[in-house]
Write a protein that binds this ligand. Structure first.
Ligand code: GLN
Length: 545
């Protein structure tokens, strides 16, 4: 559906945040987008990040959580994962822009001579580039509404140029074409037994100092906002009382769209953007999913083995994929976080004994490798469902080489450069790569699945496309040795022959993938490998009893 018939004009919603970080701007943006989408509008979400890295690809997961990869191979902020999981619509490089990228573009133009004779300044050159990147998403003509989330908090020095660009856009775009939503916190003071509005007032003042007046204020709160508190916020912050929206803490992020629907956030936004839409947001499928998520009839425990487990955000998409797959199986999936560095040959049996399935996570570098290999051996020999992702698949190959093929020193050249059996080796086109940023094998690639394989059964088709983020690969020189000893290569890239999937047939569920299926699981389309892995864990758990 288009907004104004043939005369479609994209409208823009900006989401800013104040008082504190981590209030969930991404979830509010995703929830609003979901409601608007459920009314038949086409919506996308963009994130502007204030830091100076050109993209988060070179960041350690401890710094910034998971790096989310899009189909077009962009390394992006993990909020884009939420956008895709909520909307079931693909994002791209244009959906995530950092200050680093803005400056990079402006400075490249300066070197090229595009501003010859002129002084290059934050205003207008940086703000122009920010505005260009915001409008670019709308110019594709694909969207009725573009929601742009501005990272960081108002008052941060780093996000000032973004706010200034939004202020200018108000004049460029004209009346009723954009609106600003500000997310704040309304804390509850236990001793006074009172909700406090002062932090919100200050936060809005700070936004006003940047020349921006919020149109809607969304208040995170642990307790319902009574009418008098809403009126107070409206009065002090210069908005209408029904533009003060309560965002109560929810049990799960997937409940937030329904809470926002109750608060009429979507109606309010449409009214302020002058969009006539008399449809009610049709959230039936979403409600079904939520009801399955909340009322499971069984439980399984999956061990997630990784080296960044102290920071759960490092595995955000994997965790959410388990939520989707759990609901699909009407099963609660408990994740047991296992630090790969804490696993040894001596304790692996003890640590694995209560698990119904084991996932060995993606990762980089030497740390924690031995523990991952020990875990794969244990689950392979004891027929516990196994799922290896990227580095997890590579570890399964190394384990098989060492313990089944008898190649004691088999390894990946990522860890040991001159290993005797480089069963995992650097990809040919990576040999001369020197720069680290954006140079891995990134984004969507095709894969052909073998007949009669577990993979084909899981996907129900033979041609698939999945997203990648790696430099190393299975070394095809050894393919026949592995096949002779029972390992099946069930997914191959048809263009270059790279191994995408391995599996074992003398095992109830043993699969390793070179790609990242977790990046494509959404509420409406849970990823089939996760769904089948959870199902295998349910069967394993039932057989134990
Ligand atoms: N470090 C491995 C590689 O680059 C695996 C990467 C990953 O798990 N994403 O090939």
């Amino acid at each position: 559906m288009s907004l104004n018939g043939n005369n479609k004009k994209t409208k823009y919603i900006f989401v800013t945040g104040g008082v504190t970080s981590s209030l969930g701007k991404g979830i509010i943006a995703s929830s609003l987008a979901k409601l608007l989408q459920s009314r038949g509008l086409s919506v996308t979400i963009q994130k502007l990040d204030p830091y100076l890295n050109v993209d988060p690809g070179t960041l350690n997961p401890y710094e910034h959580g998971e790096c989310y990869v899009t189909d077009d191979g962009a390394e992006t902020d993990l909020d884009l994962g939420h956008y895709e999981r909520f909307l079931n619509v693909r994002t791209s490089q244009a959906n995530n822009v950092t200050t680093g990228r803005i400056y990079y573009n402006v400075l490249s133009k300066e070197r090229r001579g595009d501003f010859l004779g002129k002084t290059v300044q934050v205003i207008p050159h940086i703000t122009d580039e920010i505005k260009r990147n915001i409008l670019l998403v709308g110019e594709s003509g694909k969207y009725d509404i573009v929601i742009t989330e501005i990272g960081g908090c108002v008052g941060d020095i780093e996000s000032l140029p973004f706010l200034e660009a939004v202020r200018q856009l108000k004049w460029d775009l004209g009346e009723k074409t954009m609106l600003t939503i500000h997310l704040t916190l309304v804390p509850y003071l236990k001793s006074a037994e009172e909700l406090k509005t002062k932090p919100t007032q200050h936060s809005v003042k700070q936004l006003q100092e940047s020349g921006l007046q919020p149109d809607i204020i969304v208040c995170r709160t642990e307790h319902p906002l009574p009418q008098d508190i809403r009126r107070k916020i409206a009065l002090f912050c210069n908005v209408e009382v029904n533009s003060v929206i309560e965002a109560m803490d929810a049990q799960t992020i997937y409940e937030v769209p329904l809470l926002m629907k109750k608060e009429k956030l979507d109606q309010r936004a449409l009214y302020m953007l002058d969009i006539y839409n008399d449809k009610d947001a049709d959230m039936e499928k979403w409600e079904n999913f939520l009801s399955k998520q909340k009322n499971p009839n069984k439980t399984v425990t999956i061990g997630l083995i990784g080296k960044y487990v102290e920071l759960k955000d490092a595995y955000k998409s994997i965790v959410e994929s388990f939520v989707h797959a759990g609901a699909e199986n009407e099963c609660k999936v408990n994740i047991e976080w296992i630090h790969s560095e804490s696993l040894t040959v001596e304790n692996v049996a003890e640590r694995m004994k209560d698990l119904d399935g084991v996932l060995v996570a993606p990762g980089f570098g030497e740390r924690g490798i031995a523990g991952k290999i020990d875990a794969v051996r244990y689950v392979r020999e004891n027929k516990i469902p196994f799922f290896g992702i990227c580095l997890g698949m590579q570890m399964a190959v190394i384990e098989y080489a060492r313990n089944v093929l008898g190649w004691e020193n088999a390894h990946s050249t990522e860890m040991v450069k001159d290993t005797e059996y480089p069963v995992i080796d650097l990809m040919q086109d990576q040999l001369n790569v020197e720069n680290k940023g954006g140079t891995m094998r990134l984004g969507a690639y095709n894969c052909k699945l073998a007949d009669k394989s577990l993979a084909k059964k899981i996907y129900g088709k033979s041609k698939i496309s999945e997203r990648h983020r790696h430099r190393w690969e299975f070394n095809n020189k050894y393919k026949k040795d592995f096949e002779d000893k029972g390992l099946t290569f069930s997914g191959i890239n048809p263009e270059n022959g790279l191994v995408e999937i391995i599996e074992l047939h003398n095992h109830p569920f043993f699969i390793g993938v070179q790609f990242h299926p977790e990046l494509k699981s959404t509420v409406m389309q849970p990823h089939p490998i996760f769904v089948n892995f959870v199902k295998a864990a349910v069967d394993y758990s039932a057989a134990k009893k």
